[in-house]
Design a protein around this ligand. Structure first.
Ligand SMILES: Cc1cc2nc3c(=O)[nH]c(=O)nc-3n(C[C@H](O)[C@H](O)[C@H](O)COP(=O)(O)OP(=O)(O)OC[C@H]3O[C@@H](n4cnc5c(N)ncnc54)[C@H](O)[C@@H]3O)c2cc1C
Length: 464
């Protein structure tokens, strides 16, 4: 690539931990990056800021991570005019060497010499019968309600799923004084031991996890592992969650009373923009998800496109900060620009490698329940945007002979709605693969399509 020097146009998507550290290092290198985020303020998911007018203490909001949260916010705020920050701005397409953004209702085209995608992750969901009832939330949404608005999703909440966020959000609810009816983990108890050797790479984080479980025990919250959920039950009006049915070892069913369910199975990388940029994807067998290909510094095979943070690999917030810095060092090198003094890419890569070991350990300890998903009853609504059931998906895979998810989408409309398959795509692939008797990777992945999120048609027309 020709070196455009200090006038290089660098665009960062995402102002979470990865995007913040990327912006900071770019500014230190003398560049003025454009930082686009659909959020109102920087901070990303974990360090989400409270709305204007809310004055909760950072320790109440972020717990043990309060110091890191305030440091990250301060670092971003200190950048001031050295970056071009565009909040409330959705990056919805990448085309013709430019990022396409909707900002303040207006379409913008941002041509770039280097584009760093630091788009984070979202909840990974299992569609259970009844998961569309009011009162059923994703774990992330349950946490956002608490962090952003100081609200609980219910008075007797069941937390269901697997992964560290399951225990973290439950503990945050307990600390906030909300009622937690149970924490139900679908991971088999033995899975933990499988993940332990890799998770031992980060003993301090392991200890934090053990502390969360101890806090929940002390609070008297019932916790179970190896749970097989069957369905969410509605109240007499049919309009609100009133319980969760789970399988009992004898083949029966037990109902746990509750008025809300927070559910999530770890996270999935938010990778549609990487897809639209033309990145190659590989199937990651540990997490059973397709991830965009990038080297340890975030370079993709596409010139000028870099990945950082959870959008590439779910390494957590501190891993995202490292990845943001590494991506900038790669950008500077590729643009032929000097890196600011004191940057040690080799040390950053070593720390990142430790975090990646931990990530693989987590995937083993808290596995995605593939069998549960592939055996979901036919009547389960899988694609909630288009109201497509597991049975209809199976039909498209067998009777209509769709060999993979994109063909099944064409036949059934699964993944064609507002969420573009972000919440149903992984479950859909499991169902199709099982129906055809092939491994899930053979069912492929839904190709990213613009717009990655809904936007007014007028905005696209304006742009032209
Ligand atoms: C809901 C949720 C809650 C979490 N809570 C915790 C927690 O409590 N503790 C913990 O340790 N980890 C938590 N995690 C994981 C943690 O947030 C991540 O590991 C960490 O934030 C990764 O940083 P990041 O910069 O890669 O991404 P993020 O922090 O997710 O930041 C990505 C940013 O990109 C923006 N973005 C994405 N797509 C677009 C687009 N198309 N256009 C414009 N902007 C876009 C988003 O608005 C976001 O601000 C949570 C994850 C999720 C999804």
């Amino acid at each position: 690539m020709a070196a455009p020097g200090m006038s290089a146009r660098v665009v960062v998507v995402g102002a979470g931990p990865a995007g913040t550290r990327a912006a900071e290092l770019l500014a230190a290198a003398g560049l003025r990056p454009v930082v686009v985020d659909e959020g109102r303020a920087s901070g990303g998911q974990i360090y989400r800021r409270q709305p204007a007018g809310f004055r909760r203490d950072p320790r109440a909001l972020y717990g043990t991570e309060a110091g890191r949260a305030t440091a990250l916010h301060a670092a971003f705020d200190a950048l001031g005019p050295r970056i071009d920050h565009r909040p409330d701005s959705l990056a919805w397409n990448i085309h013709g060497g430019a990022l396409h953004v909707l900002s303040g209702g207006r379409a913008q085209r941002l041509p770039y010499d280097a584009l760093i995608l630091a788009t984070g992750a979202t909840d990974r969901m299992v569609p259970l019968p009844g998961w569309t009832l009011p009162g059923a939330f994703s774990l992330g949404a349950a946490q956002i309600a608490l962090k952003a608005q100081a609200c609980a999703i219910g008075g007797r909440v069941v937390f269901l799923g697997t992964g560290p966020l399951l225990y973290l959000v439950a503990a945050q609810y307990v600390k906030a004084g909300a009622g937690v009816a149970a924490v139900l983990d679908t991971a088999p108890p033995a899975a933990r031991w499988k993940g332990l050797p890799l998770m031992a790479a980060r003993p301090a984080l392991l200890a934090k996890g053990a502390l969360l479980v101890a806090q929940l025990k002390r609070a008297g919250v019932p916790m179970r592992r190896g749970v097989v959920p069957r369905r969410l039950l509605a109240d007499a009006t049919g309009t609100r969650v009133a319980g969760l049915a789970i399988a009992t070892p004898g083949g029966g069913e037990e109902v746990i009373d509750c008025d809300a369910v927070g559910m999530g199975w770890h996270l999935r990388a938010e990778s549609q923009l990487a897809d639209l940029a033309g990145c190659t994807f590989d199937f990651d067998a540990d997490s059973r998800q397709w991830l965009p290909r990038a080297d340890a510094d975030g370079r993709t095979g596409v010139a000028g496109v870099y990945l950082a943070g959870d959008g590439a690999r779910i390494l957590g917030a501190d891993g995202a900060e490292i990845a943001g810095r590494l991506a900038v060092l790669a950008v500077l090198q590729d643009l032929g620009l000097p890196a600011p003094a004191g940057q040690d890419a080799a040390a950053l890569r070593r720390r990142r490698a430790v975090m990646d070991r931990f990530r693989r350990g987590l995937a083993l300890a808290f596995p995605w329940p593939a069998e549960l998903v592939s055996n979901l009853p036919d009547e389960t609504l899988v694609c909630r945007c288009e109201a497509i059931t597991a049975g209809a998906l199976r039909q498209s895979a067998t009777a209509l002979d769709a060999p993979e998810v994109n063909r099944a989408k064409a036949f059934s409309r699964t993944g064609m709605g507002r969420c573009q398959g972000r919440f149903c795509g992984m479950a859909g692939a499991e169902i199709i693969a099982a129906a055809r008797g092939v491994p899930v990777e053979a069912a492929g992945r839904l190709r990213g399509q613009a717009p990655v999120k809904p936007l007014p048609v007028a905005a696209v027309v304006d742009e032209r």
